[in-house]
Design a protein around this ligand. Structure first.
Ligand code: 97T
Length: 233
């Protein structure tokens, strides 16, 4: 998989050199490039934003640098085969990011993240990009960030670990929270007593059927208590 990131804060993404994504890059499974949007400006001040038409607070990112940056990244696409690139614009106005979307995007050969700052990117950039790639406007959740960088990083981590060939044990991926539509059961390790707190005795019983039943009950109880929305959907 190839991942391109367009941002005015390229240094943000140096953390991707470490962790699982860093290993995937070393092994060649993920090829990742970070592009400074300001390299696609041509004025002395490397301007990327301007005041909004119609008035209002804040600044809007200008379309021209985005057009030029995305031209360079998407022109490598095979024109005969139709674009297989997916361009993701993290946005508080996007569809909510889910494990199902992460799974879907993990199968794409080419992802491009357009990280907007300020009050957003001129909407024509999104419309124009739809003529050359699949475009997804995706929100991380119902809260406000200063820009798309942290949202992109979270999505890259969620997607990256699902890329075929990434994790040694494939069972560890499907057993986790959300893959089965329930929250995870609580986990314990040694010692069996810590600060007067016991590990639930069933986990020490050696009765694998009883353990599986207990864990499933814990998942249901946790989900009902913390995330009832997951049970009613
Ligand atoms: O608040 C934002 C600003 C810019 C780009 C993305 C976001 C955001 O994404 N998910 C939640 C908020």
């Amino acid at each position: 998989m190839r991942i391109d990131i367009v941002t005015i804060f390229p240094e943000f993404f140096s953390v991707l050199d470490v962790s699982l994504i860093g290993k995937a890059r070393q092994s060649g499974l993920i090829e990742l490039a970070v592009h400074d949007l300001r390299d696609s400006t041509h004025d002395r001040h490397r301007t990327v934003d301007d005041t909004p038409y119609g008035g209002g607070a804040g600044m809007v990112m200008k379309p021209e640098p985005w057009g030029e940056a995305l031209d360079g990244i998407l022109q490598a696409d095979d024109p005969g085969a139709g674009s297989s690139s997916v361009v993701i614009f993290p946005s508080p106005a996007g569809e909510p990011f889910t494990q199902a979307i992460a799974r879907e995007l993990a199968l794409a050969p080419h992802l491009v993240f357009g990280c907007g700052r300020y009050e957003g990117i001129d909407q024509r950039v999104v419309e124009h990009t739809k003529t050359r790639a699949t475009v997804r406007e995706i929100s991380l959740g119902d809260y406000v960030l200063n820009g798309g960088e942290v949202a992109a990083m979270a999505m890259i981590e969620a997607i990256g670990r699902l890329v075929p060939g990434m994790v040694g044990n494939p069972e560890s991926l499907t057993e986790e929270s959300h893959e089965a539509g329930l929250l995870e059961y609580p986990s314990y390790t040694k010692p069996s007593v810590w600060r007067d707190l016991d590990v639930p005795p069933v986990l020490l019983s050696g009765n694998h059927g009883a353990i599986a039943t207990w864990r499933h009950e814990q998942q249901l109880e946790r989900t009902r208590r913390v995330r009832p929305d997951l049970l009613s959907e």
